[in-house]
Design a binder for this molecule. Structure first.
Ligand code: HEM
Length: 488
């Protein structure tokens, strides 16, 4: 979901110029140059900022800040000079950056008449035409609604809880004390399998292995150059997608044959939910395409959330102690009753949820989202011209001391006694908002809670030193190696 692709720190900065020029030539945004048409209006409304160099704008500075441990410094410098909402030019598009929580909230709440999602060309090439990430209007609302309510259903929560626990315990049984465990890799393996079960009901086995391998080839191309010729990354990714679609189409057709699409039957996965929808528009092709596109936001985000939580807890012994106590107490209580933990049990551990919330705030797994203005839109006196991109930068708001005291300090206690469900906290939007609010937010919290519960109650560990990389996506530099000891 991030929108920039570079791999290694030093090399990327040097090679950026070349990439940007090529990107400029190939992206459709750059061909239309919408800022020419509306620039007069911008000047009139005094939206300040610099458009940087011809063609590359301020992209180089944005990228080099991204590689530091303070990627929001690009925004901070400009906010001081121009105000919390400013204009710039990034990745071939004239862009307005919002670090203002209120402005960002209004943008997120707007419908497709004002703003639509904007992704790099390579990403839109790989997503289907009817991908939930791309479509707007009625069809989007219906698919988003169907998926969102399924992800909130008691059936799904019970299924994920037991599936995740089984996968986790199987994986933990292989952990050895004489070699490091790479938390980032472990969480990735487990989260993918949970997701494949949730989406298409797939169990571990050959098809799961096949899907995992092809999906890795597929995502490698999400932010590559938009050239589809054989031998290019984008071409390889499209080929991988074709193979995945073939498998998923077969699964969907089997479901149809076995009569999943009857009203009386309970939907066991997202594919069932979409098959059970009576609309003509949800064809098998649309459903299978969407199953893959749903893996894009779901596949990497949860492993990163879990990995970062373990990193922050490892660095904060006081929080770790309280987290462990709360989870051990819950474990003892459930053992006495002879029951496994259910979703409500995880939710009822307030400190555990506060740690996850604080990890989302500090970690900024999705640093922000990009929208494109469909018409001139005025928000709080700022005019966003038609055709411009807007980057609503969550990270700047999450690390803004006007919204969060000592924002760079990991402090889960700050969330105690705060109601996270009333939507009033405009300074905290890790899952976005409005019509495109992440439908996977409960699922993400549930998976993180389950992993962390078993991890802290069954192991002690020493984490090797590792650092968080924030660009182009958030991850640990060394995949977060830890040495574990089984608790007696
Ligand atoms: C820590 C974990 C996660 C974070 C931080 C996260 C964050 C986000 C954000 C910020 C958006 C809004 C994008 C936008 O406004 O354009 C989003 C959308 C979305 N997320 Fe998540 N997400 C997470 C996990 C998941 C999971 C597990 C799934 C499950 C499949 C999921 C599925 C989606 C989908 C389908 C959308 C698109 C919604 C739409 O455009 O209507 N996410 N996510």
């Amino acid at each position: 979901m991030e929108f920039i692709f570079f791999t290694t720190t030093a090399l990327a900065i040097i090679s950026t110029t070349v990439v940007i020029f090529v990107t400029f030539i190939f992206t459709s945004n750059s061909q239309r140059r919408p800022w020419k048409a509306s620039s007069a209006v911008v000047v009139k409304k005094c939206l300040l900022g610099s458009m940087g160099w011809p063609f590359i704008g301020e992209t180089l500075d944005f990228v080099s800040c991204g590689y530091t441990d303070c990627p929001q410094s690009f925004m901070e410098k400009r906010s001081l000079l121009y105000g919390k909402v400013f204009k710039t030019h990034l990745f071939g598009s004239p862009t307005i950056v919002s670090t203002d929580a209120e402005v960002s909230k209004i943008i997120l709440q707007s419908d497709a008449n004002s703003f639509v999602p904007s992704y790099p060309k390579s990403l839109t090439d790989l997503m289907g035409e009817s991908s939930i990430l791309r479509i707007n209007g009625c069809l989007h609302r219906r698919i988003h609604g169907l998926i969102g309510s399924f992800f909130k259903s008691p059936y799904l929560k019970a299924q994920v809880t037991s599936n995740m626990r089984n996968l986790l315990l199987k994986s933990m049984a292989t952990w050895k004390e004489d070699r490091p465990i790479y938390i980032q890799d472990e969480t990735k393996q487990i989260a993918f399998q949970v997701l494949a079960k949730v989406l298409i009901g797939l169990d571990p086995g050959d098809e799961m292995e096949f899907l995992m391998v092809e999906f890795q080839k597929f995502i490698a191309g999400l932010m590559s150059l938009p050239i589809k010729l054989p031998g290019t990354q984008l071409h390889r990714s499209l080929e991988a997608k074709k193979k995945m679609v073939k498998l998923i189409l077969k699964i969907i057709q089997d479901k149809r044959l076995n009569g999943t699409d009857t009203i009386s039957q309970v939907s066991k996965d997202v594919a069932d939910v979409l098959l059970n929808d009576k609309s003509e528009k949800l064809t098998d092709e649309l459903i299978s395409d969407n199953m893959i596109d749903l893996m894009i936001p779901g596949e990497d985000s949860v492993p990163v959330l879990i990995t970062l939580a373990i990193k922050y807890l490892s660095d904060c012994p006081k929080a770790l102690h309280q987290f462990k106590e709360e989870n051990l107490e819950m474990k003892r209580r459930k053992e006495d009753l002879g029951d496994p933990l259910c979703w409500d049990d995880y939710l009822s551990m307030p400190f555990t949820q506060s740690v996850i919330t604080e990890t989302l705030r500090m970690g900024n797994i999705i640093m922000g989202v990009i929208r494109k203005a469909m018409k001139d839109v005025e928000i709080k006196g700022y005019l966003i011209p038609k055709g411009w991109c807007v980057l609503t930068h969550f990270r700047s708001v999450h690390l803004d001391e006007n919204h969060h005291d000592s924002p760079h300090q990991f402090n889960p206690w700050r969330w105690q006694d705060k109601d996270m469900n009333n939507g009033s906290n405009i300074g905290f939007t890790p899952f976005g908002g409005g019509l495109r609010l992440c439908p996977g937010l409960d699922l993400a919290r549930l998976e993180a809670s389950i992993f962390l519960h078993h991890f802290v109650t069954e192991f002690r560990w020493v984490a090797e030193s590792d650092t968080i990389i924030n660009f182009p996506t958030v991850r640990m530099k060394n995949r977060m190696p830890i040495w574990v000891k089984k608790e007696k």
